[in-house]
Design a protein around this ligand. Structure first.
Ligand code: DGJ
Length: 548
C-alpha cells in the first residue's frame, strides 16, 4: 500500500513502460490519503460492486452456472476461489487450466477478479489443501490440543506446510503475472480464507509451547497494547495475561500468511488482504477468547497484531453474516480505520442485508460483495437467501444498476471523503447525516405524498417495508450539490446551522459513458414538497440546495 505521493512515481513509471511498449495499464494498488483509501485500477479509483461465487464453482465447467448470475447482478467484480488442491494435485506439478479459463471468461464478461487463495486454511480447516498435504501429519503437522492429540487444523508452526503453501502461491502469482500483466483482470488477492481455530485457543505442540514462552516480539509490543495493564515486555502471558493465547495464535497465523503474501508480491505485486469470521463487535469491554469465535483469525481486536506480523497484507476485512443493524454498523466502525481500508468481501445474500449496500458503499468501502451469487443450485439458507435463481440477485442488481454508470465518479468521490451512507436500522427510526454545511435526515416507511401527521388515520404502510429495507447513499459533489441514490426512504436536506432551505434543482438522470450528466426530468411540486421519496425502484438524483 502506498501513500498518494508514491502513486505519482508509479504513474511516471507507467509512462516509461508504456512508451517501451510493455504493460498496458499500471498494476492495481491501494493508495491512502488522509486515512481514506482507493484501490487504483487502470490508474483511477475503483470500487468493487462485487459478488462472491460459491465455494465449489472454481472449475471450468462450473463457471457456466456462475456467469449468468454475475451478469444479472450487474457486478463489476467477481470474487472466486483458486484452491491449492486444484492447482497442485500432485506435488510439484502445477495445473493452471482453471485459472486460464476463468481469466479469459472474466474478460469476455467484462468483470475484474479477486482470487481467493484457499490454501492451508479455508474457514480454519485444511479441506482445500491437496491430499498429499492434508493426510501427512508427519510432514505437515496439525495443531495439538492440551493433551497432545492432533486436531482438525494445520499448525501455523509447520515449516514444511508454509514452504509448500508458499511455493504453490508463488507459482500462482507467477502464472497470473504471465497471463494478466497486460490486462489487469485480476485486481486483488485474498490470502487464505477465514483463518483461526474453532474450539482451541492455540497450538499446544512443543514448538508452539516454546514460542509462547518467548518474549513478545518488539513489532507486536509497539502496536498492540494489552487491554489490561500488565508487564510492558516479557512472555505473551506476562504482557497480555488472559488475552495471550489468542494474541499468540493470531501472531503465528499472521506471520505465516505474511510470508506467503510477501513471496507472492515479490513476483507480482497485487494488493492482498485477509478476511475473517467476525467476533461480537458490541462486546464491551472486549473479553478474552472463550470459544466464542475462531481464535487467531483477523478479528477486530487483533488487527494491530496482523499489521505487525504481516506487513505484506494490506488490510483485514469482515465477512458479515449477522443482519442485526447495530452489529453491522459496529463491525464497520471496528474495521474502518486510518490504517485499514473498509471492505466487505463477504456478506449474506439474504433479503434483510440488501439495505447495507448503501451503508457500506456510502462509507467509502473499496469492496462490497454479497456471497453465493451463483446459479449452482445450492442455497446456504438460513445464513443466506433461499432462492438460487434470479430472484436472489435482483435486489442487488437494481442497486448496482444505478451505481455502475457512475462507478468511477463514485469511486473518486469516496476517496475524496465526499460520500455518506445509511441503512435502515432494526428500530426503523429516522437517521441524520452530518455533511459539509448540511444535515441530511433519512426516514423510513413514509408514503411519497404528505407528512405523517396530515394523515393520522391512514394505517397503511408502503408495500415491501414489512422488514427494514431502506438505504441511502449520498455524495456531496460540491458545497451545495449532492448525488443521491437509495430505496424505501425519504431524504431531506437542511442547512446545518438551521437557515431555511429550498431545493434549487432535483434532477433525475444518469451519467453517460463520457461522464456527462444527462437529466431525464426535474423533480418539483409534489415530488419534492415532502422530501425526496425513494421507492423500491432506485433512481439517481442530482440535487442542488439553497438557503434564503
Ligand atoms: C464464510 C466463508 O468464508 C465462505 O467461504 C462460506 O463458507 C460462507 N461462510 C458460508 O456460506
Amino acid at each position: 500500500m502506498k501513500m498518494i505521493a508514491r502513486q505519482l512515481v508509479s504513474s511516471i513509471g507507467f509512462v516509461v513502460l508504456a512508451s517501451a511498449g510493455a504493460a498496458a495499464a499500471p498494476i492495481p494498488e491501494l493508495i491512502q490519503k488522509d486515512g481514506r483509501y482507493a484501490l487504483m485500477v487502470d490508474g483511477a479509483p475503483f470500487v468493487m460492486f462485487g459478488a462472491q461465487a460459491q465455494n465449489s464453482s472454481n472449475y471450468p465447467l462450473a463457471l457456466k452456472k456462475l456467469w449468468p448470475a454475475i451478469k444479472d447482478m450487474n457486478a463489476n467484480t467477481l470474487e472466486i476461489p483458486v484452491a491449492w488442491e486444484q492447482i497442485e494435485r500432485v506435488e510439484g506439478k502445477f495445473d493452471f487450466s482453471y485459472v486460464d479459463t476463468l481469466v479469459a471468461e472474466a474478460r469476455k464478461n467484462k468483470v475484474r477478479l479477486v482470487l481467493l487463495w484457499f490454501g492451508t486454511w479455508k474457514n480454519t480447516g485444511a479441506n482445500y489443501a491437496p491430499e498429499w498435504v492434508k493426510f501427512n501429519n508427519q510432514r505437515f503437522p496439525r495443531m495439538l490440543d492440551k493433551e497432545g492429540k492432533p486436531i482438525y487444523c494445520l499448525s501455523p508452526q509447520g515449516e514444511e506446510t508454509l514452504k509448500a503453501d508458499k511455493k504453490a502461491f508463488v507459482a500462482l502469482m507467477t502464472h497470473i503475472k504471465k497471463i494478466d500483466e497486460a490486462h489487469r483482470t485480476v485486481i486483488m488477492m485474498q490470502v487464505e480464507n477465514e483463518v483461526g481455530t474453532y474450539g482451541y485457543a492455540r497450538d499446544y505442540a512443543p514448538k508452539a509451547e516454546a514460542l509462547f514462552n518467548q518474549p513478545v516480539p518488539d513489532a507486536v509490543l509497539k502496536r498492540k497494547k494489552s487491554p489490561v495493564a500488565l508487564a510492558a515486555s516479557g512472555t505473551w502471558k506476562q504482557v497480555y495475561g488472559d488475552y495471550a493465547e489468542e494474541y499468540f495464535h493470531a501472531y503465528s497465523i499472521a506471520s505465516y500468511i505474511g510470508e506467503i503474501a510477501k513471496a507472492g508480491r515479490a513476483v507480482y505485486n497485487l494488493p492482498m488482504y485477509v478476511n475473517n469470521s467476525i467476533r461480537d463487535p458490541l462486546e464491551e469491554p472486549v473479553k478474552p477468547w472463550n470459544k466464542n469465535f475462531a481464535s487467531g483469525g483477523p478479528t477486530f481486536d487483533v488487527i494491530d497484531i496482523y499489521k505487525a506480523a504481516a506487513p505484506a497484507i494490506d488490510f483485514a476485512a469482515p465477512d458479515i453474516y449477522s443482519p442485526d443493524s447495530k452489529k453491522f454498523v459496529a463491525t464497520l466502525d471496528k474495521f474502518q480505520r486510518p490504517d485499514n481500508p473498509l471492505a466487505v468481501p463477504e456478506m449474506s445474500n439474504a433479503a434483510e442485508y440488501v439495505r447495507y449496500a448503501y451503508l457500506v458503499l456510502g462509507r467509502g468501502a473499496i469492496n462490497f460483495s454479497p456471497f453465493g451469487i451463483d446459479y449452482a443450485d445450492y442455497s446456504n439458507f438460513p445464513l443466506g437467501h433461499k432462492a438460487t435463481d434470479k430472484t436472489m440477485v435482483e435486489p442487488y442488481a437494481k442497486i448496482y444498476s444505478v451505481f455502475r454508470p457512475m462507478e468511477r465518479q463514485w469511486s473518486r468521490w469516496a476517496f475524496e471523503g465526499r460520500t455518506y451512507g445509511v441503512a435502515e436500522g432494526d428500530d426503523r427510526a429516522p437517521q441524520t447525516i452530518a455533511m459539509k454545511g448540511w444535515k441530511g435526515t433519512i426516514s423510513f416507511r413514509e408514503w411519497q405524498f404528505g407528512e405523517r401527521e396530515y394523515f393520522k388515520d391512514v394505517k397503511d404502510l408502503p408495500a415491501n417495508t414489512e422488514k427494514p429495507n431502506g438505504g441511502v447513499a449520498i455524495a456531496q459533489i460540491a458545497d451545495d450539490e449532492f448525488i443521491i441514490v437509495g430505496q424505501y426512504a425519504r431524504v431531506k436536506i437542511d442547512q446545518a446551522d438551521g437557515k431555511p432551505t429550498m431545493w434549487a434543482r432535483v434532477e433525475e438522470g444518469y451519467y453517460d459513458p463520457s461522464g456527462k450528466w444527462v437529466m431525464e426530468r426535474n423533480w418539483n411540486g409534489d415530488q419534492t414538497d415532502y422530501g425526496l421519496n425513494l421507492t423500491g425502484k432506485p433512481v439517481v438524483l442530482k440535487v442542488k440546495v439553497g438557503t434564503y
